[in-house]
Design a protein around this ligand. Structure first.
Ligand code: F6P
Length: 752
């Protein structure tokens, strides 16, 4: 109320000021026009009279002059005429004027001085306004002034009218503008704010499901965004607290972020966790004039990010975004996640040559195809190997810098990009506890022998105290490889490698996802029901069943094989033509490499060929959406799909399979999963297929679509239980726990 009153008073004052200024201007203008008009009329009259007055003055015919003065003193608005000599003495004056003209008119002296005509408004008693126009002319050797007086009361009357009109205008405008402003404020600001206040109250009381506040985006966009974050944090915190309480009640030992946080605090003894990976969790990229923060499509990021959020610490990674440098401090650090910082990201810069040799070259043209049995020939170049060694050293220096001043720091090295890093660290910091987690498969010893620097690589890896793979099979392959190529003592019962007075433990740690539902994954019941329809409508498709695949576009993911499986399914099961659509959400990856670049064309070509074969007016079997999709974009597809296809030709784990299961809180949906993905060891209720076998894939699709609801739900419930139990927090805890138990050279010195 107070605000409204203050607002109205301000508005009224501003309008008053504006209207007054305009009226003042109008008054001045109008006055000028009227005076000019009088000047003009008086001037014409003066010129007309000049000649006859001149001749009468010359002949001293004063009677005649008086007659003229009287004659012209009685015209409309004309108040009279007077003639003055140089001593300002009136030579003749209209009689009716004489009693008021006790003094010569103002300005007479300046008219004589300047010898040019002038008009002036003058006050005449009792309350008359008179306009005096003074016209000088030469009479023989002296100058006389003919003064013509007009009544000017009409000018004052006009000014009064203008001020009155101005007041009325001000009053009406102030009234209307205040009214309209109040209505606008009430409808567009107060009403949404009141609704938002009610909503926040509900949120506080725990009665809100949708974390988006009822605020119009056009006016309250940034406020709505911030409030959404607060609501999400509150909802997450509440869910976590409820979950903790539930778990305590039921005595369950589920791993949660809070439990991991507590566990890590205990095990790390207040040391921050240090993680090194090639891929960064948040990448800043330029989009026109804006800078956008994206989460790269990466299983590693999906898995590790929740662990860092829970434990805190420092994540060292390559700053690969084109706006990354703009976002860091002088030490190349920034706190992330951007909306709710919980740990530190330390970016490492690589030159184009370094990236080419280490990332594209040795890591992705050499080790990647070497470790994945996907029948792509590995390419090993000595110069790439040199760069790989150099970049490993560069990251090691950064990691050592981040560890400075810390006793027995904990370092988690990620993936095949950093095979040499563990030893480089251990040489400088023998007290550090170093784990290397290999996110991709480890093949048999014969395959590894292809790499000309296999021994050096193994030597570098064995610098770690702990080497982790997703599954036992990869651990076994690794130990056999070490046994084949290096002089070591392997303890098969304990899965440990002893070499040069150092033990490396080799263990499986099946990586996973954050199973807890995030607030932005929650749909209101109505939205959920129609999610499939919304997706199909957006895609411009009519279909009854929806299949989904989510991948980086990589030849190991079996995307082309998957499309062929869909093709064969439609061939064999004609009743599904026009009914089943498969959507592939494919994020372009490593496209600077020819194999990856060509693959995009191959995938597109295959989709086009199959679509051309089966498509109808408003249906097609395959939709290939080639772009980076955020977690938020993907979740609706997971939730709406009848079937999710994960058909990797070879995969360490594959987290898409687990993400799909985690997203299905309706305990429905079918997962078709490659037997060559690590996830198939845990998700035994998926329909396990050989992706090279189109018959089997087609049959799995049919079986999955026709599976009865009970079977479907039972399978999904069991898979959800498996993922819930073995979630990413358990993975993080197991890794930290193992590392904490390791006796480093330094801790060996301390008597226990
Ligand atoms: O899935 C294996 C993996 O190497 C992950 O560890 C990595 O995050 C992912 O591939 C993505 O690869 P890139 O970082 O090269 O895009």
């Amino acid at each position: 109320m107070k605000i409204s009153l203050r607002l109205i008073l301000s508005l009224v004052s501003i309008i008053m000021l504006v209207v007054s200024l305009f009226t003042l201007y109008q008054v001045r203008h109008e006055k000028r026009v009227l005076i000019d008009e009088l000047d003009r009329r008086a001037g014409v009259l003066a010129e007309g009279l000049q000649e006859s007055i001149e001749s009468h003055l010359a002949n001293a015919k004063f009677k005649e002059i008086e007659r003229i003065v009287e004659k012209f003193g009685n015209r409309e608005r004309l108040a009279g005429i007077a003639i003055y000599d140089q001593e300002f003495k009136p030579l003749a004056v209209t009689k009716s004027l004489a009693e008021y003209l006790t003094h010569p008119p103002y300005g007479l002296n300046s008219v004589f001085a300047s010898a040019s005509p002038q008009g002036r408004l003058q006050d005449f008693p009792p309350d008359r306004k008179i306009h005096a126009f003074m016209y000088p002319f030469q009479n023989k050797d002296q100058m006389v002034v003919l003064a013509i007086f007009h009544n000017a009361n009409h000018i004052e009357a006009r000014v009064k009218v203008i001020w009155q009109e101005g007041f009325i205008r001000w009053f009406i405008q102030a009234l209307l503008i205040s009214l309209v402003t109040l209505l606008i404020i009430r409808w567009n600001i107060m009403a949404p704010l009141n609704r938002a206040a009610d909503w926040i109250k509900e949120l506080r009381l725990g009665g809100v499901e949708d974390t988006r506040p009822p605020l119009p985006k056009d006016i309250f966009g940034s406020l709505a965004k911030e409030v959404t974050h607060i609501a999400q944090s509150l909802t997450s915190a509440r869910q976590a607290a409820e979950q903790e309480a539930r778990l305590r009640q039921s005595g369950e030992s589920l791993w949660t972020p809070e439990r991991l946080k507590e566990f890590a605090r205990n095990k790390l003894q207040n040391r921050p966790l240090i993680v090194v990976s090639n891929r960064e969790p948040y990448m800043h990229v330029k989009k026109g004039k804006e800078t956008e923060c994206i989460v790269p499509a990466s299983g590693l990021v999906t898995a590790l990010e929740p662990v860092l959020r829970a434990c805190g610490g420092t994540w060292i990674a390559h700053g690969g975004g084109d706006a990354d440098r703009d976002m860091v401090d002088s030490k190349d650090r920034l706190n992330v996640p951007p909306d709710e910082p919980q740990y530190r990201l330390r970016r490492v810069w690589l030159s184009k040559e370094e990236e080419d040799g280490y990332y594209y070259g040795f890591s992705n043209e050499g080790l990647w195809p070497l470790c994945h049995i996907a029948h792509a020939r590995p390419l090993f170049k000595p110069e790439d190997w040199g760069t790989y060694q150099y970049v490993n050293k560069k990251f090691a220096e950064v990691a050592l810098e981040e560890m400075r001043g810390m006793e027995e720091p904990f370092l988690l090295v990620q993936d095949y990009h950093f095979g040499l890093l563990p030893r480089l660290i251990k040489e400088k910091r023998p007290d550090a506890r170093v784990a290397l987690f290999w996110h991709i498969p480890w093949p048999n010893p014969e395959s590894i022998g292809i790499c000309p620097w296999a021994r050096e690589l193994l030597h570098g890896m064995l610098g770690a105290d702990l080497v982790g793979f997703h599954i036992q099979f990869h651990c076994n392959n690794f130990l056999e490889t070490v046994d084949r190529y290096l002089e070591t003592r392997i303890e098969w019962e304990r899965f440990a490698v002893n070499r040069q007075n150092h033990t490396t433990w080799v263990k499986p740690f099946p990586i996973s996802v954050d199973f807890t539902q995030k607030p932005d994954d929650i749909f209101s019941p109505d939205e959920k029901k129609s999610e499939k329809e919304i997706i199909l409508k957006t895609l411009g498709i009519k279909a009854k069943y929806l299949g989904v695949g989510v991948d980086r576009i990589d030849y190991t993911k079996g995307i082309v094989e998957r499309f062929r499986g869909v093709e064969h399914f439609l061939e064999k099961n004609k009743q599904y033509q026009g009914q089943f659509t498969f959507v592939e959400l494919g994020a372009p990856s490593r496209t600077l490499l020819k194999r990856y670049h060509d693959l995009i064309g191959e995938v597109e070509g295959e989709a086009d060929r199959i679509n051309h074969r089966f498509r109808t007016k408003d249906w097609k079997p395959i939709i290939f959406l080639r772009k980076h999709h955020s977690h938020k974009d993907i979740t609706p597809y997971y939730k709406a799909a009848d079937i999710c296809l994960v058909t990797s030709l070879h995969d360490g784990m594959n987290l898409v399979a687990k993400e799909f299961v985690a997203a299905r809180d309706d305990a429905s949906g079918v997962l078709i999963l490659s037997s060559f993905a690590g996830a198939s060891r845990e998700l035994r209720d998926a329909l396990i297929v050989n992706p090279y076998d189109v018959e089997q894939m087609a049959e799995a699709l049919r079986y999955g679509l026709e599976m009865n609801l009970e079977d479907k739900m039972n399978r999904m419930k069991r898979m959800r239980e498996a993922v819930r139990e073995n979630n990413i927090f358990r993975w993080g805890a197991n890794l930290i726990d193992e590392l904490a138990q390791i006796r480093t050279i330094e801790s060996d010195k301390t008597p226990t």
